[in-house]
Design a protein around this ligand. Structure first.
Ligand code: ZN
Ligand code: ZN
Length: 344
């Protein structure tokens, strides 16, 4: 793979000038990577619902203007001082885990995901809605050749979130696992759950997504607008895990009674309102509610390799970088099938 000869010059970026403002397409100088940093020529960047945090200023401490984007796939373009583990021309990605300090107590325990100084692309520094991006070397992941840039990008947040949460959920092959929500996260969750050997029940709204859910690997489809989904899950024996992907705390609360003995509601979709349950709902059957946030760069590589092995792929709609505002609106509408990806 050839490296870009363009080392100095300008590039386009889609930036948010201040919280709540519209995207601006601006021209900027291509940044130089600092010590232990890598400059990436971005090829594709997925639009995640969490980009709302940058767009609307919902994450504390963001400095504006800021370029969102934490589902990045591209090519190593230039290495900063002290980087020997990556090579110019190598295909790489960056996900939600945008860097760690390596020195805090969590890092010293090897728990990089919970680093006290975790960096997030598009929040802590400019992310992937631009032609070139600089990221800390430890945040990069290698992208297998069989995955295209637009396929790899969404796997680095939506993909890893479902893959990594499910593989640590305690569910075993043959267990009933429900996936609530058939969207950006859910359509990948169904595929991973199926490839893990679970008995997969997809829980969606309306009858029209049933066929698609089954094509993605669901064994059972439950239309929560036509029946009580929790009761339907109980009829199937109760779910060992419910992977809650649609950002609706109300929908999640309504599903808790669908958990079987030792069942777990695994929350990955982020709503700002509380999930409601009574202590008795948890005590009966020793149920738990657990949140899950993505994973380390090594987990991201595991996700990509598993996708390569198993054939799990995101369904995407692509937009050019100049149409970032339109693409973002499409993501917010909830009508995209299923992940919106910017191409550079
Ligand atoms: Zn994300
Ligand atoms: Zn740390």
């Amino acid at each position: 793979m050839a490296t870009s000869p363009v080392a100095i010059g300008t590039m386009q970026m889609a930036t948010i000038p201040k919280p709540g403002a519209d995207f601006q397409i601006v021209e900027r100088e291509i940044p130089k990577p600092g010590s232990r940093e890598v400059r990436i020529q971005v090829k594709a960047c997925g639009i995640c619902h969490s980009d709302v945090l940058t767009k609307d200023g919902a994450w504390p401490g963001i400095q504006y203007p800021r370029v969102p984007g934490h589902e990045v796939a591209g090519i190593v373009d230039e290495l900063g001082a002290g980087v020997s583990e990556w090579k110019p021309g190598q295909r790489v990605g960056v996900g939600w885990h945008g860097g760690h300090d390596g020195t805090c107590l969590s890092c010293r325990r090897g728990d990089f995901r919970n680093c006290e100084n975790l960096k997030i692309p598009g929040i802590s520094y400019d992310g992937g809605y631009q032609q070139y991006m600089v990221a800390p070397a430890e945040a990069l992941v290698a992208v297998p050749d069989t995955l295209s840039d637009v396929e790899a990008a969404p796997l680095l947040c939506a993909g890893i979130t479902t893959f990594n949460s499910l593989r640590h959920s305690g569910a075993l092959p043959g267990d009933l696992v429900a996936v609530q929500g058939i969207g950006g996260l859910g359509h990948l969750g169904i595929q991973f759950a199926s490839k893990f050997g679970y008995r997969v029940a997809a829980v969606g709204r309306g009858s029209e997504t049933g066929d698609l859910a089954k094509k993605l690997g669901a064994n059972i489809y439950i239309d929560s607008t036509a029946s009580n989904a929790a009761k339907a899950l109980q009829k199937l024996g109760g779910a060992r895990v419910i992977l809650a992907t649609a950002p609706s705390s109300k929908a999640m609360s309504e599903l808790i009674d669908g958990l079987g003995p030792n069942g777990k509601l695994l929350v990955v979709g982020a709503d700002f309102s509380p999930i409601e349950e009574t202590p008795l709902q948890l005590i009966t059957g020793s149920r738990t509610i657990q949140g899950w946030a993505t994973g380390s760069p090594a987990d991201e590589e595991d996700t990509l390799r598993f996708a390569e092995l198993s054939g799990v792929r995101p369904m995407i709609e692509t937009y050019p970088l100049e149409k970032a505002a339109e693409a973002y609106t499409r993501m917010l509408s909830g009508k995209a099938q299923f992940r919106v990806v910017l191409t550079m």
